[in-house]
Design a protein around this ligand. Structure first.
Ligand SMILES: [Ca+2]
Length: 57
């Protein structure tokens, strides 16, 4: 998410900043990194995916 090659607490923090951003927002280009499931919005589902990823690795 922050392009350091791993998922960690910093990514959670970054994505919380973009929480509820969606495709079409002026800053979507940045927020899109946090749309990990690719449904064109950043919501709780993306947070869950990130959290699961973090705990699995
Ligand atoms: Ca999403």
């Amino acid at each position: 998410m922050n392009h350091d090659g791993k998922v960690d607490q910093l990514d959670i923090t970054t994505c919380q900043r973009w929480y509820q951003a969606k495709s079409g927002d002026s800053d979507w280009k940045n927020a899109a990194d946090c749309d990990v499931n690719g449904d064109n919005k950043v919501d709780i589902e993306d947070m869950i995916v990130v959290l699961q990823y973090m705990f699995q690795h």
